[in-house]
Design a protein around this ligand. Sequence first.
Ligand code: ADP
Length: 443
Amino acid sequence: MMRLKAGLRRRVAVTFAVFATLFVTAETVAIYFVTDGQEEEFIDHVLEDEMRVIIEQHQRGAEIRMPHNDVMNGVIVRNAEEREKLPVHLQRLSVGTHEIFVDGTEFHVAVQQQGQTLFYLLYDATRHEARIEEFLRFLLLLLLASAVAAAVLGFWLSGRLVRQVADLAERVAGLDPNADHPPLAEGYRDEEVVKLAHAFDHYHRRMAQLVKREKEFTANVSHELRTPLTAIKTGCELLTEDSALQGKSRLRLEAIGDAVERITQSMQALLFLAREIPVSDDEPIELREVVEEAFAPFHETLSSKAIEVEIRVPDGASLRIHRPALSLALSNLVRNAVDYTDRGRITVTFERDMLSITDSGCGIPKTDLPHIFKRAYRAGQAQRPDGKGLGLSIVKRIADRFGWRISVTSQLHQGSTFAIIFPPQSLVPSVAIAEPDAARELA
Ligand code: ADP
């Protein structure tokens, strides 16, 4: 079976969470950089304003008051000697605003020159950085919270959406084509779900009509055929009592009687398959008898083709099985073995739980083997003119219905073996361990 993708709910929730995370991440990065940029700009403005005041004082010849506090510190350098005393990282700076790092601390520095005098203003950005970091932590927390919220929201929302579909699926699974039911569309509100329910209602109505027609047809066929078949059968039985009937005519009559019996059995098996009647406990049946019956219609063909038949089924071997079903399956397998074999031998063996039919016929190409049980499939290698590709599909239906397993092995131009493996409940213990009897030959 195709592997199902994760539930719709989970997928919607994950998609929601992924999109929300991507979106909020982009937003967080943008906010972070904009805020950081604004803070830096703000510091530079503060420095520039302060520097403007200082330069003004200097130009007026007034007393210059350089700031000295936690955040801002000013230095005036009046000559080369004083400049030498400055820390190297300040000496290197040209006129303008700069951003420097000293022992891991960020400073913004404004430098101005008036004649020989240099003015330095240093702004310690530690507090700003701490604030930005705190802001970043808050944004990350927000990111996490929105991802979780989106996942929960997605799960809840998709739950609401799929609940009706899941409910509809459950109701459809419980539909019985043999029974009426209130319209599925009742009880749903969403347009798409109602449409889906209408489609199922329509489909169910058609199925129910089809099943009804099919049932009537099979019942009619079986009823219409039963009467003439019984008439032929009774006619045959009465004629066989006539001692005047001898030789070939008697044999022909017996063949007609056998054919009627086979039609009756096949009809029973096919009706059984069509109607899904529960399997009941079957009486044990003589396996050898069923196998021999399956070969009966082919006696003439077998002798004209010079095919030997070997039945290695112990006398007394029996199975608890639906007889008409086994007859029908065997008659299809035997007919194939006979039709697809030109010379050689057909061997039927029963061992433990397995009944196999081996022929020395044309064999089946490897590429066809996986398909031969499909309805209407016919292998290219060999096809009988009247074949419809139905025989093996009927065998498969029967096997599925009764829990038998079918295996097939084949060698091109050498022959094929079809085997039925019966479930333990079909086996009659004494038979299951019995050794196969001495081989008996037929035909
Ligand atoms: P069909 O009516 O064509 O025989 P079946 O369903 O009975 O339909 O078989 C499907 C195909 O499998 C056949 O067309 C044939 O090619 C192949 N096949 C079945 N049984 C045998 C066999 N014993 N030997 C060779 N080929 C076989």
